[in-house]
Unconditional design. Structure first.
Length: 153
């Protein structure tokens, strides 16, 4: 039994939207948590969303790399594919670093972290939105401009 339905060329398009949603939610929850005087339960929830989104982004990256070998790729799409890979690689380096930083701040200590550090880490998440947008833009161009992966070959 295959995990990929007959209408899908591979598993990548089925996985890719989960990390996007989880990471956007993490950033939103984090910013709301900071707006409410650095609310610790919201910071913990954001960290969990960051961790799940990061794992999903890594899975999406790996399945995307594998998918590129199994779909028809017109020659004009090759530079866009390269850009998509590059932005995806930046994204899967960025979010694990942010997630580890968040986990370090949540470790049990006698003192709460400095508010400026918590706010700075929340604002760093906004950089991640830029990475997600750039990666998704290139992926969308592959599909909608170049027709990559729209039919099984």
């Amino acid at each position: 039994m295959s995990l990929v339905p007959g209408w899908a060329p591979n598993i990548h398009p089925l996985l890719v939207h989960f990390p996007i949603a989880l990471l956007y939610a993490a950033i939103a929850v984090d910013l709301v948590g900071c707006a409410w005087w650095c609310n610790k339960p919201l910071r913990q929830a954001a960290t969990l969303l960051y961790a799940l989104g990061t794992l999903g982004a890594i899975a999406a990256y790996l399945t995307g790399r594998a998918a590129s070998q199994s779909v028809w790729l017109p020659g004009m799409a090759e530079p866009v594919l390269k850009e998509h890979w590059d932005w995806a690689l930046r994204t899967i380096w960025f979010f694990p670093i942010v997630t580890v930083g968040r986990l370090v701040l949540l470790r049990p200590t006698r003192r709460e972290p400095v508010v400026a550090l918590v706010v700075a880490l929340a604002l760093v998440g906004l950089v991640g939105i830029g990475l997600l947008l750039a990666t998704g833009d290139r992926g969308g161009r592959l599909v909608y401009q170049h027709g990559v992966g729209i039919s099984r070959q």
